[in-house]
Design a protein. Structure first.
Length: 124
């Protein structure tokens, strides 16, 4: 790359949103430069993904990688009030498709962000 290389898009920030944008734009044939100041993997606060992250992860082609990952799989959620009282568990499969949306993950953000970044790198 030299300073005369034209890009259709320059994305600043290699977090989940930046990587998703870079992936989708590259898949559409655009030349993309993704800039991130930190070296990956980087420390970032962890993340408990919601069931409806399934469709965006599927759109990015990451479902098989997520399923093969060591990330903890989640099938329900339970809430704890400030008083310490816990709610009844909410099982995702009681409302959502068991094979898709009804399962999500507890991710380690440093590994998840690196997975997203590497996924964006593979797109052309």
């Amino acid at each position: 790359m030299n300073e005369n290389t034209p890009f259709d898009a320059v994305i600043i920030g290699g977090g989940p949103a930046g990587c998703a944008a870079a992936t989708v734009l590259a898949e559409q044939g655009h030349s993309v430069l993704l800039l991130e100041r930190e070296k990956f993997p980087r420390y970032h606060i962890g993340e408990s993904l919601l069931p409806f992250t399934f469709q965006p992860l599927q759109r990015l082609g990451l479902i098989d990688k997520m399923r093969d990952s060591a990330f903890v799989k989640k099938y329900s959620v339970q809430f704890v009030a400030p008083s310490g009282r816990t709610s009844q568990p909410f099982y995702f499969y009681t409302r959502y498709d068991r094979d898709t949306v009804a399962q999500t993950w507890q991710v380690l953000r440093s590994e998840f962000d690196l997975m997203l970044l590497n996924n964006a790198r593979t797109r052309e």
